[in-house]
Design a protein around this ligand. Structure first.
Ligand code: ATP
Ligand code: MG
Length: 603
């Protein structure tokens, strides 16, 4: 393609709307344009990248035996009501919903479990049809709370989603493992550094799930892993052995005045004790789908933090005890909320695990009884320090189950955030290291969730009706494309991995008025393209400096310059990734670049 004919517009300045480098570079390089919040046009260069990523995904899916299809984006509300997700997706506002002229509600597909399960229950009759795995590559719609970072978190984005159906959990596991391998292949072939990690399966519970993280310092996710390669997990899910507690010096129970000690640091300073000798008590409000709010009091060792995802999952499991089906939100109550909850003021900063229920006001849609939970780090402590339930006072030498005062230990549940530096569970000599990543994909053993809700059954070998076992597997095509830029760039611009670069080579003609330069450039351009090397020709009437800058900015792997050396039958070939420059005989250019490209595509 000739740049002069390409609607090729680059920007010198960083656009104000972008905060991270990959977003800035894609805007500056003329790859994307923002049309609205979280809505982007993929311009011709970007579309080529997206098609390459999609094609790699498609080849790897096809290699597992999965079948490509295309499902509707406009989906009737009834399907979502059947699965039970309509209310949640609407209440959380994540779904774009609309009404048609007959006043029927519909949703713009944020994901396709409902549609595919409806198809499966009609078409799958017998175990003989199983297993089957269907996938599509398509635009998804999600009204993200915080659309940001360009294509990394858009409101309209391209995803590959696959859904598999099975007659047994063993068969599901086989496909899940095949998808795991396919995802590793996809990311390797895209030329990316990544790490598969154990992931939170959400309120669905039990089932295994794994995320694939593209490593990047600006990634939204934190990964904890061990050097031995045996463990890697999203921090939302990670477990660890926390440091041992230092034995407590407080052997008798006492309540002490500790003014101005609302934090663990100030408390430990005042009492000359260690954070591992303290129990902090953290308040939450859990909002269930029935509208009921339950006050939750979590006790955890002072040096540890509550993991909101683990807490959310535990509360979801307990929803049935409150006549609810799911948790809508988990809130940290502010002063106004606390005033609504309690008649007298709640002494935040000085709470004990025995904060009395009697402080809570009886009122509609409110459970006037704390749900008390303790993390094992708190449950294991003896003679600890904790709040005395009155401002400026703490108790020391406290023991669970002691008679006077009676402080009983609540239900013990793992609720803590694992942290870098903790010891690993599988091998205490290994410590957890931290890294940041961008979630590129998520594979999931769903089990029977949707098939039971939507009555998608099959007949097994014994002639019995059984619900279908199901898996789902998503990969963010547009997110991968931008994550590649986040991973590989320099001060001059993008450095595309060869496999997903929009073009392999760009011929820069310093002076288009020089006939010999243009003649050699045009010959090379034709020869390279004929050899299957996707090549751009920068034939714009611009200064050489501008052309070099643009070539670096858009990140084409190889640049060929028809400069002074053409007098000796040579051109300059610059490798974008390394900056390496070599003078090369014109006849050698095609085979050399072809060798480089082939090597990268096979690697
Ligand atoms: P996240 O936690 O980042 O919101 P998710 O858990 O909602 O992701 P899934 O529903 O599992 O994501 O979707 C599968 C894949 O689609 C993700 O791994 C990611 O690559 C991509 N994806 C999800 N949401 C977006 C978005 N708003 N913009 C771009 N890509 C997205
Ligand atoms: Mg999401």
């Amino acid at each position: 393609m000739r740049l002069s004919q390409m609607l090729f517009v680059t920007l010198r300045e960083d656009p104000a709307e972008a905060t991270i480098i990959s977003h800035k570079l894609l805007l500056r390089g003329g790859y994307i344009r923002q049309i609205g919040s979280g809505i982007y046009a993929y311009l011709p260069l970007m579309w080529r990248v997206l098609k390459k990523v999609s094609q790699i995904v498609r080849e790897e899916m096809d290699a597992t035996g999965a079948l490509e299809c295309l499902l509707p984006q406009l989906q009737p509300a009834e399907l979502w009501q059947e699965s039970g997700r309509w209310d949640v997706y609407k209440a959380e506002g994540i779904a774009f919903t609309l009404r048609d002229r007959q006043d029927r509600e519909a949703i713009l597909g944020p994901t396709h479990e409902e549609v595919i399960t409806a198809i499966a229950r009609e078409l799958i009759r017998s175990y003989r049809q199983l297993p089957v795995n269907l996938y599509q590559i398509q635009t998804k719609f999600r009204d993200e709370i915080r659309p940001r970072f360009g294509l990394l978190r858009g409101r309209e984005f391209i995803m590959k989603d696959a859904y598999s159906f099975h007659s047994s959990p063993e068969s599901l596991k086989e496909t899940y493992d095949a998808m795991d391998r396919a995802y590793r292949n996809i990311l390797s072939r895209c030329g990316l550094a990544f790490r598969p990690v154990q992931a939170d399966s959400g309120a669905i519970g039990g089932s295994a799930s794994q995320e694939f993280m593209i490593l990047a310092e600006t990634g939204e996710d934190e990964i904890l892993y061990t050097e031995d390669g045996q463990y890697a997990a999203n921090v939302e899910k990670a477990v660890s052995l926390p440091p041992d507690a230092v034995p407590s010096p407080f052997e008798t129970f006492e309540t002490l005045e500790t003014p101005g000690t609302t934090t663990i640091a100030t408390l430990c300073d005042a009492l000359k004790c260690d954070p591992t000798q303290t129990v902090k008590n953290v308040l939450y409000g859990c909002v269930f789908d029935t509208g009921l709010v339950v006050p939750v009091l979590v006790s955890i060792r002072g040096d540890r933090d509550v993991n909101d995802v683990k807490l959310f999952n535990e509360l979801s499991r307990r929803a049935v005890h409150y006549g609810a089906t799911k948790v809508l939100a988990l809130e940290v109550p502010d002063e106004t909320k606390l005033k609504q909850w309690a008649a007298e003021s709640i002494p935040v900063g000085y709470l004990g695990p025995d904060l009395a229920d009697s402080c809570l006001k009886k009122q509609a849609n409110f459970e006037a009884k704390f749900l008390r939970l303790a993390d094992p780090t708190a449950a294991e402590l003896t003679n600890f320090v904790t709040g005395a339930n009155r401002p400026n006072y703490h108790s020391v030498g406290v023991n669970w189950g002691a008679k006077s005062p009676t402080i009983s230990c609540p239900d013990v549940v793992d609720l803590q955030s694992a942290m870098a530096g903790d010891r690993a569970i599988h091998d205490a000599t290994q410590t957890l290291e931290t890294a940041r990543g961008i979630e590129a994909g998520h594979i999931f053993q769903l089990g029977l969730k949707y098939s039971q809700a939507m009555q998608a059954n099959f007949t097994d070998e014994a002639g019995q009706d059984q619900p279908l076992w199901m898996g789902c597997y998503g990969v963010g095509v547009s997110r991968i494309a931008q994550a590649a830029v986040e991973q590989a760039h320099d001060k001059n611009g993008i450095i595309w991995p060869i496999a997903i670069a929009p073009y392999h080579a760009i011929i820069t003609v310093p002076n288009i008025k020089a006939d010999d330069q243009m003649a050699i450039a045009t010959d090379l351009y034709n020869a390279l393209n004929a050899a299957g090397i996707e090549t751009l020709l920068d034939d714009r009437p611009e200064r050489a400096g501008v052309k070099f800058k643009d070539a670096d900015l858009i990140g084409i792997p190889f640049r060929i310059v028809t400069g002074r050396a053409i007098a000796d039958g040579k051109v300059e070939v610059v490798t974008r990734a390394t900056g390496e420059t070599q003078e090369m005989a014109i006849a050698d250019v095609v085979p050399w670049i072809q060798g480089q490209v082939n090597q990268a595509l096979q690697g």
